[in-house]
Design a protein around this ligand. Sequence first.
Ligand SMILES: [Zn+2]
Length: 367
Amino acid sequence: MVAGETIVGSTGRSRADVGIRDGRIAALGTELDPAGAEVLDATGCLVLPGAIDAHVHPIHAEDLGSTSEAAAFGGVTTLLHHICVEPGQGLLDALQAAREEGAGASRLDFGLQARLTEVPRRLDELPAAVGMGVRSFKPFTTYRSRGIMTKDGDLFRAMERISALGGLTLVHAENGAVIDVLEAHFREQGGVSAEDYPLTRPPEAEADAVNRVAEVAGLAGAPLYIVHISCAEALDAVVRARARGQKVYAETCSHYLTLTADEAMPNFGTKAKIAPPLRTTHDRDTLWLAVRDRRVDLVASDHSAFSEEAKTSPTVNALDVGFGAPGTETMLLLLHHVARWGVVGKRRSRSTSPMESIASNPPRADR
Ligand SMILES: [Zn+2]
């Protein structure tokens, strides 16, 4: 039994004790009899429902076990892992391996989502993947050099098939062709600094891809889920597709709600190299408002943790550093804390950033 706490649920706050039996909530109330129960005194604490982090990558420095540990420390109780299926690798083989790894190592409930590449040879594997319980598949409209970019025709075929199977297509939407040209341009100049890295993946490239992918999904009659929306223009493209009557889900991430390129890139360097990149205060505030009014359906972490060395090696330029940053451990804390400190809805009128607010006002349960 967890006693003496304030429970925060979808309808507000209330005071109650929580009775737990066999790992499940068995009773809620102010007069629960603690006889025979182990009692955890949570006076002064808030008790929240466990969060679902619908977008994590158990790769690089991590596996399904360590990702679940980080998530558990952050109040997450269920994870949806994005499983990397490399070109040439079997989709079902990759999913089966991940399921076995997770069954042995994960400390949390989890589900799997599959990266979708090489669409023509994958289509026949999709029904069996759905049969395994995997219903979300994620093609990319970028990363041609890594061999994982999907052409529009293949995207269309994949969306039709996935939709017919009752699944959902998740898309990493950035215009990869334009980004390739920008990257090549910077490479010719000798590389790019961390501060200039966001210039290689501009918001227009993201918005264009979201718009195009949404139009293709409309043609395919398929529902669509856009992962990690980072900017106002991309959100606009989702809103336009919804106005046409399409089912389009919008995800943003905790880092786009708390960090901006201006602040983070000079401070954190390539550790803050993610894709899409961090954007502006306008984008951050627009996304907060969209979380509030539900234009954004959910917030995830896009957790993708490298070793410190891999993200900070001084010998490489920012173009050669991998994409991704950790986040599942801090996602829930950041969302609650920044929201409570009144960032939501204010536009450029504050003198301190959310991150500075957090640093100077560490979270206290009784505040
Ligand atoms: Zn991701």
